[in-house]
Every structure is written in structure tokens, then in C-alpha cells.
Design a protein around this ligand. Structure first.
Ligand SMILES: *[C@@H]1O[C@H](CO)[C@@H](O)[C@H](O)[C@H]1NC(C)=O
Ligand SMILES: *[C@@H]1O[C@H](CO)[C@@H](O)[C@H](O)[C@H]1NC(C)=O
Ligand SMILES: *[C@@H]1O[C@H](CO)[C@@H](O)[C@H](O)[C@H]1NC(C)=O
Ligand SMILES: [Zn+2]
Length: 376
């Protein structure tokens, strides 16, 4: 998650240098270490050095890094999926017994494991070790619940860190996939490869929300009628790499997606302010966001409030939106003022004032309700 679109000037400078990209220059420029980034919707992508890309990250300038996907994307149809009519939440009697099984204990213990990696940077060995740890932890939950029907699959990228795709197959004829996603990487923006980046809130919190929703659904014998997937994205902090790669893969293989919910930062509530869950208004689907708002009201004890726009490429929902899939994003507080300001630093820890696993539990309830209502 990126906090602000403050450095518009930098972005505009980038646009001024834009010239049309050609397929033939991609391998040459990327082998020189340049990265192809897009800084605004409908803007030409521009080549940047790795240092310039890091400077964007430090200055919270949002961008897609499309170096490895641009050529493939040119061949994809530009169509948007037909509008989907979302239901009004109506399965309270079935969801409530699952929601009471969600636990801050499990989330806390997994937060300790994830934040103990020096960082979870997408090119660092510890970033890949954290991804493997997530896969192994989920596999052991599935195995002890006797759930051989659930698949847990690493998704490889051009970089070291894998994303992870967990799939509950659908028992019925509706193949449209409901996706809950969170990025699992973290970054220390002054020293990405070696610097300490506990990334407790950004975004271990979204990751442990999904892990606990997985635990409760797997142990509760949940078998949806349409497929449910939980995605743990690598490389979000470096230009939405993991989610963009996966969204393009789904588009190019013709997969139908019913809904995407992106959880990025769920465990911080600004001291002294009223706790709320924010609903992201931009680069998201309006009907799905209305449904998400109803889910928050139905299944969490917190009110839903509309966020200010987060801007282009602010988190993984943007990757799905870019490919025409219906996406939504719920945040720990009202964006931007209600969001944790310590993201991307050594101070993003579980001991930060305002960090609360009980607050994160409310987001787990939302994610579980969202998944159940759309897949049952
Ligand atoms: C979740 O927490 C409970 C209570 O501490 C513990 O018994 C259980 O083993 C944990 N589950 C997992 C999968 O870690
Ligand atoms: C954490 O991950 C979720 C899910 O991908 C995303 O919505 C959110 O923006 C991320 N948070 C940050 C601060 O990157
Ligand atoms: C990056 O990590 C180093 C130590 O590994 C730390 O001194 C520095 O403050 C960190 N940078 C940020 C922005 O937190
Ligand atoms: Zn972030």
C-alpha cells in the first residue's frame, strides 16, 4: 500500500519523457537493468533505473512495474467483464458460527513469525523463505483438517519470491472465482535488500487475516459451490508485481472472476479516533464496493466509511481493475488519515501505538463474510 500521491511533480516529469514502447526494446533495456513503469492511467509507460524506482518507493509515488508483462498485455483483449449483480448479505445464521472461530491468538502467533524475518523483500532470500513458510503453514492446516480437496500452489514470477494461490474448488456449475488477496512482502524503503522491514501492518496483517479465514473455513468443512481462492502476493511494494502477473495470467487464460477483495493493512486504528473500516472508492467496482460495505455492516462491529481516493496503482486491487475484473479494497481506517504512517519503515511493528490484533479481527470477519456470501 502506498500512502499518498503527493509527488505528482515527479510523476509528471516521468510522463514528459514518455515515448511509445516497442516489444523489441524490452529485452534489451531490461537486460541493462532498466524497469518499465507506468505512473498514471492511460499514460505511456516509461523506462527508469532501479535507483529511480527506489526513489518512487521512498517518496510514496504509486506505479505499476510492467517490465515483464507489458508485451503479453498488448495481446490481451481490452474488454471489461459484464456487470455482476451482487447479493445482499443473507447467510448470517451460517456465517456467525464460523466467525466466532476466528482468533486473535492464531493471528498474533503468525504475526510474530512473519515479522521475525529481517524483511520480506521480493528479491531477498528471507522474502522467499516467508512465502514458503506461508505455504507450509497452510498445508499443515489443510492436512490436519483432512482437506485434500484444497490446493496450495506457489505461483512463480521472474523474481525470487513466489506468490501463493490457495483454492477451494467449487462443487457447482458456477466457475466464476471469488478472490481474497493480500500482499505478503515488506520493504525497508531506505535499504530494501538488507534493511530491517518487519511489515507488521503492511502487510503481514492482511496476510494473517487470510490465513485465519483459511483455518476457519478449512477446519469448518466449508465446501463452496463456486470456487474460492486466497492469494498471497509477492512483490507488491515494488510495483504490484505479483498481483499484476496473476491478473494477466487469469485474463489470458480466460478465467472468470466474480469478485476480488484486497486486504492491505488491517491492524491499525489511530489512537484517539473512532475505529472504522474504510472502503476504497477508486480503481474499484462500484457495485462490489456497495456489497462490501454491506458485508462490513453485517459481519463486523465497525462502521464502514468511504475513503478518499487512493490514486493510481495504490495496492493490489489495481492489478485486477487494470484487467477489467471487479475489485474492491477495505482498509483499516479511513484513507488517508486513518492509515498507519509507519509503513515501509523499521517502526511498522506490532508494538506501535494503535496496532491492534483485535482491530484486525474485524477485517477477518469481513473477509470471511465476503467469501461465504459470494461462493456458497
Ligand atoms: C491456533 O491457536 C490455538 C490456541 O492457541 C492453537 O491450539 C492452535 O494450534 C493454533 N492453530 C494453528 C493452526 O496454529
Ligand atoms: C496489504 O495488502 C493488501 C492486499 O493486497 C492491500 O490491499 C493493501 O494495500 C496492502 N497494504 C499496503 C500498505 O501495501
Ligand atoms: C532500514 O533498516 C535499517 C536497519 O536495518 C534501519 O536503521 C533504518 O531505519 C531502516 N529504514 C527505515 C526507513 O525504516
Ligand atoms: Zn506498502
Amino acid at each position: 500500500m502506498k500512502l499518498s500521491a503527493a509527488f505528482v511533480l515527479v510523476a509528471l516529469l516521468g510522463l514528459a519523457q514518455a515515448v511509445p514502447v516497442t516489444v523489441s526494446e524490452i529485452s534489451e533495456k531490461s537486460s541493462q537493468g532498466l524497469r518499465l513503469v507506468q505512473l498514471a492511467e492511460d499514460a505511456q509507460p516509461v523506462w527508469k533505473t532501479e535507483d529511480e524506482v527506489l526513489q518512487f518507493i521512498r517518496e510514496e509515488v504509486n506505479f505499476f512495474d510492467i517490465t515483464d508483462t507489458w508485451a503479453q498485455e498488448q495481446d490481451l483483449p481490452q474488454m471489461k467483464m459484464a456487470a455482476i449483480a451482487y447479493p445482499t448479505p443473507s447467510h448470517q445464521s451460517a456465517v456467525s458460527p464460523l466467525i466466532v472461530k476466528l482468533s486473535t491468538t492464531n493471528m498474533s502467533s503468525w504475526l510474530s513469525s512473519l515479522t521475525a524475518y529481517n524483511n520480506r523483500y521480493y528479491r531477498a532470500s528471507t522474502g522467499q523463505a516467508a512465502s514458503v513458510w506461508i505455504q507450509n503453514t497452510l498445508r499443515s492446516i489443510a492436512t490436519s483438517a483432512g482437506r485434500s480437496d484444497i490446493t496450495i500452489t506457489p505461483f512463480s514470477h521472474t523474481f525470487l519470491q513466489t506468490s501463493t494461490i490457495v483454492r477451494f474448488p467449487g462443487a457447482g456449475s458456477d466457475n466464476a472465482i471469488t478472490i481474497l488477496g493480500a500482499h505478503m512482502d515488506s520493504i525497508n524503503s531506505s535499504n530494501p535488500m538488507n534493511g530491517r522491514a518487519p511489515g507488521a501492518d503492511d502487510n503481514a496483517s492482511g496476510t494473517v487475516n487470510l490465513m485465519d479465514v483459511f483455518r476457519v473455513l478449512a477446519q469448518g468443512g466449508f465446501k463452496p459451490s463456486s470456487p474460492l481462492e486466497l492469494h498471497f502476493y509477492g512483490g507488491e511494494e515494488a510495483g504490484l508485481l505479483g498481483s499484476n502477473d496473476i491478473a494477466i495470467n487469469y485474463k489470458s487464460t480466460g478465467k472468470a472472476v466474480k469478485a476480488v477483495l484486497n486486504l492491505d493493512m488491517s491492524a491499525y486504528s489511530r489512537p484517539g479516533s473512532t475505529a472504522v473500516i474504510g472502503i476504497m472508492p477508486d480503481f474499484t467496482d462500484a457495485s462490489l464496493s456497495t456489497f462490501l460495505t454491506q458485508v462490513v455492516t453485517t459481519y463486523s462491529k465497525l462502521p464502514a466509511v468511504k475513503n478518499s481516493p487512493c490514486g493510481y496503482a495504490c495496492s493490489d486491487h489495481a492489478s485486477w481493475y487494470r484487467q477489467g475484473f471487479p475489485a474492491s479494497h477495505s482498509s483499516e481506517g479511513q484513507f488517508p488519515n486513518g492509515i498507519n504512517g509507519a509503513l515501509h519503515t523499521i517502526s511498522d511493528t506490532t508494538s506501535l501505538s494503535g496496532f491492534s490484533v483485535s482491530h484486525a479481527l474485524e477485517m477477518s470477519k469481513v473477509a470471511l463474510g465476503f467469501a461465504y456470501e459470494l461462493t456458497v
